[in-house]
Structures are given as C-alpha cells and as structure tokens.
Design a binder for this molecule. Sequence first.
Ligand code: NAP
Length: 484
Amino acid sequence: MVSRVIPVDTFDLVIFGGTGDLARRKILPGLFRRYSAGQMPEAAQVIGAARSEMSVNEYRAMVREALMEFSDKAEQGEEVIAGFLQHIDYQQVDAQGDDGWEALREKLRDGIVRAFYFSVAPFLFGDIAERLKTRGLADADSRIVVEKPFGRDLQTARALNATLATYFEEGQIYRIDHYLGKETVQNLMAVRFGNILFEPLWNAQFIDHVQITVAETVGVGGRGSYYDKSGAMRDMVQNHLMQLLCLIAMEPPARFEPDAVRDEKLKVIRALEPVLANEVVRGQYEAANGEDGYLDHAGDPRSITESFIALKVRIANWRWQSTPFYLRTGKRLRARMSEIVVRFREPPHSIFGEEAGGRANEMTIRLQPDEGMDLRVTIKEPGPGGMRLVDVPLDMTFADALGPDAEEVPDAYERLIMDVIRGNQTLFMRGDEVEAAWAWTDPIIAGWEEGKTKPAKYDSGSSGPEAALELLHRDGRRWREIRA
Ligand code: NAP
C-alpha cells in the first residue's frame, strides 16, 4: 500500500507516450474535461514525454489539436483551452536510453503526488520502471499507471509483474482497465449492494443466465498486424469482459475498498471452470456490405486469429452453480453496443395462464451507447380485454433520471486518472487478478492454437457467426439482438 498520506491538492503527472494515439484520444481529453469542470488544481502539472524532439510550444499545439479533434469539451472556447495548456509541459526522453531523464527529474516537484502513466508499447514498461526508480524520479509515494495489454499469457504477465515489483510496491501499481472507469459499471455495484431488492435474488435460484456483449463496428484497420498477434480472447475477454463478469458474480465485499473488492473478484476468477471446446465459438469477419475483411489487414493471408469470440462460462460455486454466463465480443459487427443482460427466471407458476403473456424479468446494464440500466417488469396491459400482461422497462438512464448534471458524468479515463492521484486502487486490477485471469485463459487459447483450429467466417456488419447463435439456442436461450 502507499505508505504515507500526502496532499492531493496538486500533482505532477508524466505521460510516457504523450505524443501517441492513446494520449491524444483519451488521456489528454480526459484531463481537459477535468480542467473544464474547474476541478484541476491550479498548480497541477502534466508532462508529456516521448522521443520526438519538440519544444513545449510545439507540444502544446499538438495537445490543442488533439482536444479539437477528440474532446467533447473543445467548444468551451479558446480561453479555456489556453488555460489548460498552461498546465502542459513536454520533455524529450528515451525510455531505453539515457537522454532526458535528468531533465525530467528536475521538472518534478517534491512533496506532492507524482504519477507516471505508461502509455507506450508494453516492451518499454520495464525500462521505464527501472529508470524511474534508479534515477531518482520515483519515490515511495509515486504511482505508475500501466496500460493494457498486461502480458499475452500467464508466463509473460508473471514476468511483467515481477519486473514491476522489482521497483514498485503493489500499492503503487495501477493496472488500468478503462471499462472499470465507466459510470455504469460502478453503478452496477451501487445497485447490487446499495439496495435490498436485488441481492436476495442475485444467485442461481433466481437468475437464469447472464449475457455480456461488447460489440464493435470498427475493424482492425491499420492495427491489423498488431491485433493479429492477439485476437479477441486476449484483447477483450481476458481483461474487459472478465472484469465485468467479476462485478456481476462477486460476493458482497465487506467494504468498498481496494483489497476488499479485489479479493472478491479474484475468488470469482479462481472459481471459473475450464471452458469446453464445443462451448467456444471463434469468428473472423470477411468482406461484405461494402466493408473490408479481416484478412485484408492481418498481414498474414492465412491468419487464424479470431476477431470474434463467444463462450459459455460456468462459475463453480454455490451462488452460480447452474447459471451460465455467456460472453461475446467482436469487431465489424452490426452495431456498437456493450451491455450486460441479467435474465431472471420465470415465476414458478403463472396464475394468469400461458395465454396472458408476460415474460421473465430482465435487467440490462448498458455501457455504450447511452450508459444506463433498465429493468423489465411485467404489468397488466392497460384497458379492457381481460388480464393480458406486457413487460415494460423501468428506465434508469442517468441523463433522464438525474437531470442535466448527469450528462457531466466523468469519462472513464478522467475518473481513473483522478483515482490514481487520490491513491484509490479499487477500480484497478491487482497483479494476482491478472495472473488468475491468464491462468484461466491460457488453456482455452492453447486448445485452438495446438489444433490450428480456423475461426468461422462471418460477414462484416453481421451479428457474428451462426455458431454463436447456436451456442445459446441449444440451451433454449437466445442472445439479445445486436443493435444500435
Ligand atoms: P502509439 O500511438 O504508437 O504511441 C506510442 C508512444 O510511445 C508515442 O508517444 C511514442 O513517441 C512513444 N515512444 C515510443 N518509443 C519510445 C521510447 N523509446 N521512449 C519514449 N517514448 C517512446 O501507441 P498508443 O496507441 O498510444 O498505445 C500506447 C499504449 O496504450 C500501448 O501499450 C497500447 O497497447 C495501449 N492502449 C492503447 C489504446 C489506443 O486506443 N490507442 C487503447 C488501449 C490501450 P515517440 O515515437 O516520439 O517516442
């Protein structure tokens, strides 16, 4: 744990990879949102660091351009942007060399929070960690933020954990999964543990199954050869979908505190059963509907990497025995949609008879678009004509329920960066969690890598391979339709 309590009324944040895609699209716009809301301390300093030779003014011009392109707050006007840019500095630094480190050290101030964001390729994480420590840039209170991917299997994740542990305590390491920074994901915990209504029903006796879908419309495009070494299982399931599954499935932690929450998530991952070969469907999109195909970009015309995966996951514990979790994620699908559906069981007996209609309750947690939740409940269809049942949503869309301020919910990166500054690790993955997730994932991947199993083809713009629908049909269930 971070040992001393130090004031958080200001901070130094260094973004390694400050000229890169992630910094321009997410990290800097996230910080700008914070600034626009009047919540960035006056003396806060954000230092971009990369190899490119650039003056501070050139870097500020690059940041301005990034805000114009990627920030929803850019319309705040020139004065606000100019004010934000006053917080921005730049230092040329080579992660693998000697240049720039001393100059960077001189820019850092004593007695305030220092955070170092590793927004660079993972092979540089160890080099940066080592230099931060050995050259005196990081002290016992400093934090490092590590981007995904955290390893590509258990062995590499262990090695990376060991490298980081050489220089930093676990309480200083913030492994980021931006899904955990989403408002809805935290609301899921508030709804589960802040109400008496749900928790008594939150088990295999009352929940039939859970679906977690993360559907993207984008393809791999220019990142094709990078993605081809990864695939949907490593890129999405091992981290993002696994984290969502944990939050749905975990036992109530005693407190909303970092280790209490992470202990419960870890127990879920360790209780996952191995996945059977016939309960995994892999897919690869091909050209259709005017869109390109995966192999146009993969760099290997015979690539068998999956751009889609669906699986049936079982959790071997008392709470979830007999309630499957179906996970699915893919690229170039019909719509961009991330949601969790919790499907309750039917009432044990219908007093209205089959013909009255009605159906099982369903809770949907939408991560995008339009973050929010709804709960479908059965009511009587209004009017004469006897007792006919319909199901209607109890809509909990934040923007509607909480008024205009709800639109100002912080963006995931904004929230997570501020949690780093505050020293709150609750929404970050602990090293043992990441390793446990890989320990579950590795044998599944080995199953198809050893057999060189080809993924099923699916049309760009479709809902994925037919076999993914079949995965639920044979259990007498169906996926929620992928729609915008
Ligand atoms: P990127 O666009 O390729 O940017 C890489 C950054 O690293 C650049 O600023 C580059 O600047 C800097 N860099 C490269 N070598 C360096 C060195 N030796 N010393 C110092 N700086 C160096 O990559 P990215 O897409 O931003 O991704 C960054 C990290 O975030 C990766 O780990 C990636 O997996 C992860 N991530 C990215 C996204 C995304 O949407 N982009 C999403 C999730 C996670 P110079 O060339 O000037 O040095």
